[in-house]
Design a protein around this ligand. Structure first.
Ligand SMILES: [Mg+2]
Length: 391
């Protein structure tokens, strides 16, 4: 069994914990509306107004004029994320983070020590509540795909266990849009075939799905039957670490997109440094309004975990695409790969170029900031907003 654990309205919940007078109010962590900011997280009270993350803040204000807009403290979220991760790691080293507040866990090697997976999942939920005063929703299921659906099912404060025998019963009534990889286009094409639910999809033979959808058809057939063979892959075994955001509505404003990209870069580099991983490949992913997706990769001369270096690099990729003219953007993602496998060991001292020395300095600053926030955890660092676009 696999656990998928996901904090409820993470950034907003951390802010409300710090300022309890905000409890019960519509709160977002977001960029400023007059600076074309985007909602990064919305409290459940704000969601009642239709406010969603990845929505321009100005639109969110129209939906909810009394909305409380907070600037956000990435360093604090990063520190809380480390604390959540520490709770997970009491039970298994097999943790695959999907973002700062969400991860898959494979605890199969720990059940002899701690009891069945479901008991471990309950302990994790309770420890997050007791020690961090925050709420995490959990899904327990035979594989990653099902665990992720399960954790979302009863949010907020969800705890859903899906036994193998119940999988088909659970999946059958779900709309096809709940299947991983089914976006609006595929959903429409399935609807054209009069397929609305997983049950209807499951009745089609694999050959027919392949005929209509090619490789995606095979994938859909497996998911409709509750099959997913992907293993839980910890960061240090992963080939890359990436974050992406799907917008509630397509975004054309390049400044909004740059802001989101910076935020993604901060989250990715936080994870790199936590795992002492450095990478030399930077990747930008863009999905357009027509669902066409492109990825662009840049290689650096040396592997790094430095926020500024990686930000400037991915920004250059973005600006190149933007200069050529971009359709409205549905999804934006940032990733780092090409890991330096020796990054955990001490490398032989080499003559550093001036550039590398300068880079070491900013590297030290990143590390220092991470450490300070790790220890003191208060709203110390919002360096992200200080990083400007290169001239
Ligand atoms: Mg979450």
């Amino acid at each position: 069994m696999i656990i998928h654990a996901d904090m409820d309205a993470f950034f907003a919940s951390v802010e409300i914990r710090e300022q309890p007078e905000l409890r019960g109010k519509p709160v977002v962590v977001a960029g400023r509306p007059d600076q074309r900011g985007v909602v990064a997280a919305a409290s459940y009270e704000a969601r009642k107004y239709g406010v969603r993350s990845a929505m321009p803040t100005s639109n969110a204000l129209k939906l909810c004029p009394e909305l409380i807009i907070l600037p956000g403290h990435m360093a604090l979220y990063s520190q809380v994320s480390a604390q959540i991760h520490a709770i997970f790691s009491r039970y298994t080293p097999l943790i695959e983070p999907l973002s700062l507040d969400e991860a898959f866990l494979d605890v199969s090697t720990s059940v002899s020590l701690f009891g069945p997976t479901v008991d471990i999942a309950r302990r994790i939920k309770q420890e997050v509540r007791d020690e961090l005063a925050l709420v995490i929703s959990i899904g327990v299921a035979p594989n990653k795909f099902l665990a992720k659906i399960a954790s979302d099912l009863e949010k907020p404060d969800g705890f859903v266990v899906l036994e193998a025998a119940d999988v088909q019963h659970f999946l059958d009534p779900l709309p096809v849009s709940r299947l991983w990889g089914v976006g609006k286009v595929t959903e429409q094409r399935l609807h054209d075939l009069r397929i609305y639910t997983v049950a209807q999809l499951r009745q089609l033979p694999e050959s027919q799905l392949k005929h209509h959808f090619g490789l995606l058809g095979e994938h859909l057939w497996r998911l409709a039957h509750g099959q997913d063979k992907r293993a839980v892959t910890p960061d240090h075994n992963a080939k890359s670490i990436s974050h992406e955001t799907t917008f509630a509505e397509d975004i054309s404003d390049a400044d909004i997109l740059r802001g989101v990209l910076l935020n993604l870069t901060e989250q990715v580099t936080t994870r790199l440094r936590r795992k002492s991983i450095r990478g030399r490949k930077v990747q930008l992913k863009l999905r357009f309004d027509n669902f066409h997706t492109i990825t662009r990769v840049r290689s650096l001369s040396t592997a790094t975990d430095n926020t500024k270096t990686l930000w400037e690099s991915v920004l250059r990729l973005f600006d190149t695409e933007n200069a050529a003219g971009l359709p409205p953007i549905r999804l934006i993602g940032m990733g780092v790969g090409g890991f330096d496998t020796d990054s955990d060991t001490n490398q032989a001292p080499t003559q550093l170029s001036m550039f590398e020395e300068a880079q070491q300095e900013t590297g030290k600053l990143d590390k220092l900031a991470d450490d300070i926030n790790h220890r003191f955890g208060q709203k110390m660092l919002s360096r992200a907003r200080g990083i400007r676009r290169p001239e």
